[in-house]
Design a protein around this ligand. Sequence first.
Ligand code: ARG
Length: 590
Amino acid sequence: METLLQQMTAAAAKAFERCGMDPALGKVNLSNRPDLCEYQCNGAMAAAKQLHRNPFEIAEEVAGILKEDPLFAAAEAVRPGFINLTLAPEAVAAYLNARKGDVRLGAEPVGEGKTIILDYGGANVAKPLHVGHLRSAIIGESLKRICRFLGFHAIGDVHLGDWGLQMGLIIEELKDRKPDLPYFDPKHEGAYPAEAPFTIGDLEEIYPAASGRSKTDEAFAARAHEATYRLQNGDPGYYALYRHIVNVSVADLKKNYGNLNVTFDLWKGESDAQAYIPAMMEDFRKKGILRQSEGAMVIDVAEESDTKEVPPCLVQKSDGAYLYATTDLATIVQREQDYHPDEYFYVTDKRQSMHFLQVFRAARKAGLVSDDTVMTHLGFGTMNGKDGKPFKTRSGGVMRLEYLLEDVASAVYERMAASDMPEEEKRNVARIVGLAALKYGDLSNQATKDYVFDTERFTSFEGNTGPYILYTIVRIGSILNKYAAEKGIGEDALPAEILPASDAGEKQLQRLLTGAGEVITAAYAEKAPHKLCLFIYDAANAFNSFYHEHRILTEEDEAKKASWIALLAETKRVLGVMIGLLGFEAPERM
Ligand code: ARG
């Protein structure tokens, strides 16, 4: 379905054409001076340059035609050559009514027939999650939902770090603590126990202990390296232990991500790519893209136009070991085989930007992907505490997701102290609202920037916060419920037709809602969920002003009242879709 902006652009294009000019000049944009006008077209300035004419005259000529178009209430030429446009209230209402049945809110299904792999989450097995993993999960989940909404076959892969030194560390530490376990007995025969010899709680203690120890105890560190090597070369006892480590961790991660409303289609990890490495390296060799450098193997990826140095991509160390980049390249080989995606999208901390630039270039150079495969890395900034340093939870140690969620939920719970809701519901609502506070607090920032995690501010029911948005949705829901009860109808029988706005506030709300589809498309194209937050906040504010300016339920003009109810229902629908794309939901009441 055509968006209003597209309709306006088509009208302006026709007007330019009628004046004997290129229709491409008719591009209409949202005004960047919303205090002056709603939309603008700057084509007259470009036309003036092309035709050596006066821009204002051209603007006047085109505006003269647009004035006659029922789409516009006003079309005005402004010096030096802008065309300021104001939509007709009838056109806005008609658009909303026509869009009613469109689940995509007017957005074009740009992803239809396309596959995108989203690589996010990226937790490391048996190691604590840190704030970077939290951000990756929140941002990646939102983008996956946005992609799905736009018709993509979107595959989310958690891409676990499950193949590193942490495994050797844990194995050796365990060997010292429980030397009698069968995994360490070279003469052990038959199957190993199905039950892991540790719990997630044990692992959480064992890894930091072993990691700490390896920093002071050289012999231990060497053993851990040796154990990692043996594991990677198929030692059966170590491999059995490794499976336990992975299974116990993954069960815990699933729970943690589940509490965040984050789900993955694939639970693959670095280990799954290892089998693809030897053939891939052979392929690289045949293609002649490997270069020996001090005993190591690299792929040169620098380009002439680089403005900063792009070092060669290191794929094999002099001791024969493969690296992070090798694994990522092999994962691409695997993904090409399994899914042949049109697009790859990785979400990590921005400190990994160089790594991904190297990997993308190496993948292209090696021909692992097609020329038109889109590869994007979204490098996000750091979530800092109020002290300006990377965020830590109350214990002062590394972040534990449960604590963070609990802290935010209890801050919300305290704000709800005055509510007379039954205790259990209150706790449940605090959890739902807490998650929204956390996610909105993160997503409302431009992803690439650092931001300060401020529980106090994020859980406020006022301002640009998750709770404010939810509160707005709940408020709308309660008005709709009251109306339905008053009329004795179900929620599905609410009035549907929106009448042209009769005042500025009503029009503002209606008009903002018309832009939903474009915003979602832009959030995908620019990989920028914060654009949805901007939209949501504007729409929530517009609704709240409308609500304060009008007595909706006591309105005597029944037709007007029904139209307002329809507008509220549409506002609720749009906001509901939007928060769903951000990865959270609204409670029934709060
Ligand atoms: N496990 C990595 C980390 O903790 C993130 C993985 C990101 N994905 C990838 N394909 N490299 O930093």
